[in-house]
Design a protein around this ligand. Sequence first.
Ligand code: CP
Length: 303
Amino acid sequence: MKMHHFVETQQFDRESLKELFAVASSLEGKREESLKGRILASLFYEPSTRTRLSFESAMLRLGGGVITMESGASSSQSKGETLEDSIKVVSQYADVIVMRHSEVGAATRAAAVSKVPIINAGDGNMGQHPTQALLDLFTIQSELRREDGIHVAFVGNLKYYRSPRSLAYLLGKYKDIKVTFVSAPELRMESDVLDYLRGHGVAVEETEEMGESVKDADVLYQTRIAKEWIKNDADYERLRGRYVITRATADAMKEGAIIIHPLPRVGEISEDVDESPHAVYFKQVAYGLLVRMAILKTIANGG
Ligand code: CP
């Protein structure tokens, strides 16, 4: 594989997104041998179900192999090895590394010393999760069947959540986009994202009320109040449950509008919403597998 790290969504432009999504669409239902002999190393210093397993599944579906580090706790990090030293070693075992880490900027640090491409699978609670954002955007464009003229309402935990941050940077590349950020004051989206969106002609609104945006939005992007990132128990208890999507919420959405969520959910979408025609969050998982296959193929072809 040629070198091409993927650490943040700002690396993409509209044309490269279109190309990536065309590859993703072409891979539906496919098993290939195109990456036969290539090895993916998954290094997850934080828990993951979807990102790790979907990348591993993607590599296997493309004919490649996978080596997995069980968790940061069982790695040489627990003996005091630096991230840089670990990457210098693992990049000699694999052709591409998918990495999740608790520190913002960890993927950039890894990329600086790696012999092989680094894919950022999430860095820190206020960093990025670029492959999640790509699969979110692929879901949105596939379901709505358009790229421009979309209203996305992000709901809940906007401060300590890397996935909405990454998707916001992608939305700024399209025309006639409106973004509503619905949150409690202490979980507002950070100013770097707000400034970026406004600077790219996106209509941005911030509110504490979910009501009106639910009726107008094409996409309701629900988030989890992340217990692991909100250290104060009293704050967590106060914030969780504030913006729950119920069946009544879903029924108030306009025809064709969708509900997405990076998952896991822990109560912020009622289970009876799963049967709503607006619920797309489990279908989103299938879109994600295609996008991650496309990312691996693209990187294998030199980015
Ligand atoms: N959406 C997401 O990143 O899920 P995991 O934490 O299970 O990888």
